[in-house]
Ligand binder design. Structure first.
Ligand code: IMP
Ligand code: MG
Length: 178
């Protein structure tokens, strides 16, 4: 697996430090609120499992799945909900935890769907952001790292469903996907 990686973009230590910092901010900002931390499968699952353990207030968690890229490295433009929530969100402040905000299509659609269910609020926490590729503006409350316009894998992020288990964020060699 490691031979397919061109370089390490964000190390395990950098991820750990940033996630502790975000967890502390979230714990402070949502103190006294009814927080539902919502993760988008599968990419955000690793980030989700680490960040919830840095949140020190009582929370509930849930998962949704939305399709986006298939096997390619560019967005298809449409988003389909594959797995929906199991609970009524009307009493909750929702924090969506995402792996990467790229075109913004996935998240902006998800926010619309959730807002139509009248939660108290909907905010976004994304580990990575590629602002150069944004097509739709998405309000982001918590952002881990801004990354360049390169295809990144690891720490939950995949290429064709592989590399999710790398413990760092790496840049994939172009010959792997071209
Ligand atoms: P968006 O709808 O274009 O913002 O796409 C967001 C989704 O695309 C993310 O949740 C990822 O699953 C996937 N994605 C976007 N860029 C990358 C990347 O560089 N590596 C791996 N997955 C990516
Ligand atoms: Mg994702």
């Amino acid at each position: 697996m490691l031979e397919d990686i061109k370089s390490v973009l964000i190390s395990e230590k950098e991820l750990e430090d940033k996630i502790s910092e975000l967890g502390a901010r979230i714990s402070k900002d949502y103190c006294g609120k009814n927080l539902l931390v919502l993760s988008v499968l599968k990419g955000a699952s690793v980030f989700m499992s680490d960040i919830i353990r840095k949140i020190t207030i009582p929370i509930q968690i849930d998962f949704m799945a939305a399709s986006s890229y298939g096997k390619g490295t560019a967005t298809s433009g449409s988003v389909k909900i594959i797995k929906d929530l199991d609970i009524d969100v009307s009493g909750f402040d929702i924090l969506i935890v995402e792996d990467i905000l790229d075109s913004g299509v996935t998240l902006s659609n998800l926010i619309k769907v959730l807002e139509s269910r009248s939660p108290k609020s909907v905010s976004v926490c994304t580990l990575l952001s590629k602002p150069s590729r944004r097509k739709v503006e998405v309000p982001v409350r918590y952002e881990g790292f801004v990354v360049p316009d390169e295809f990144v894998v690891g720490y939950g992020l995949d290429y064709a469903e592989y590399y999710r288990n790398l413990p760092f964020i790496g840049i994939l060699k172009e010959e792997i996907y071209s």
